[in-house]
Design a protein around this ligand. Sequence first.
Ligand code: PHE
Ligand code: FE
Length: 289
Amino acid sequence: MSADGFTAGPPPGARPDWTIDQGWDAYTSQEHQVWMTLYERQSKLLPGRACDAFLRGLDALDLHRGGIPDFNRINEELNRLTGWSVVAVPGLVPDEVFFEHLANRRFPAGQFIRRPDQLDYLQEPDVFHDVFGHVPMLTDPTFADYMAAYGEGGLKAMGRGQLHNLARLYWYTVEFGLLQTEAGLRIYGAGIVSSHAESIFALDDPSPNRIGFDLERVMRTPYRIDDFQQAYFVIPSLQALLDATLQDFDRLYRDLERRPDIAIEAIAPGDAVITRGTQAYARARARPA
Ligand code: PHE
Ligand code: FE
C-alpha cells in the first residue's frame, strides 16, 4: 500500500521509482526463520478459509521452499502467468509511485521482514504481508487485471482529488475482501490472509458485519487501520469485482460528493446483509481499559 505526506524523493540508495535491490543474500537466518514461522502458521490455517485462487497461487509460486522468497525466482513464474512482477521497495511509497507501478503490473513489496516479537502485528507492510498476502492473488488473471486497472484508476483519482474514496475500494477488496463460493465464504484480501488472528475473525467471529459488495456503498464506508475490521464486503466472484470497476468512475465521484459517509458499523438501506454483526468485539475494544 502507499502513504501520503512524502515531500522528498526516494531515500538514499533507492532508484527514482523508489525500487531497491531485494538483497536476498543479505537476509539473516533469523529473518528467514521469521518467514518460515509465519508461513507454517498461515499455510496450515488457510485451506478451507482462503479462496482457491489464493491457494493455487501459493502453489504456483512454490512459496513452500522455506525462507524469504527470492523475488527473481517468483518473478519468472508470475510473469509467465499474468505479466506481473514483484519489485522491492524500502517501505511505504508515495501514492503516485505506487499507482504507477501497479498500472505497469509491478507490485511494490517491502524488502524488510518484521522482528520475531512482531509476528502478530506491525503497522508497515513487510515482505511477509506483501509477498505472502498479495502476490498469490496476482497469479489469477482476473485479479491481475483488476490490480492493474486499479493502478490506472489511482492515477486518475489523484488528478480528480478523489483518492479518499478510491482508497476505500482498495481497502475493502485488495486488503480485506471476502468472496462468496459454493463452499461458503472465503478470504481473498491480503490483510486478512497475512494475519493469523484476522483469518479466523473475518470468517468466524459474530462481531463484524458481512455485506454484499456494492461499489458506491464501499466508497462511502470509512475503515480502520488499527484493529480488526467492523465490516467486510463480500464479492460474488473475482470477475464481478472486475466488471463492477470497468465503468468510468467520474459520475460516481461526482455523486459521492453529495452523499454522506456511512458509519463503519452501520447496516444501510439496500445492503445485502450476509451477517449482521453484533459489534461486540469493537465495543469491548472501545471501552477504556
Ligand atoms: N474504472 C475506474 C475509473 O474510471 C478505474 C478503476 C478500475 C478503479 C479498477 C479501480 C479499480 O476511474
Ligand atoms: Fe497490503
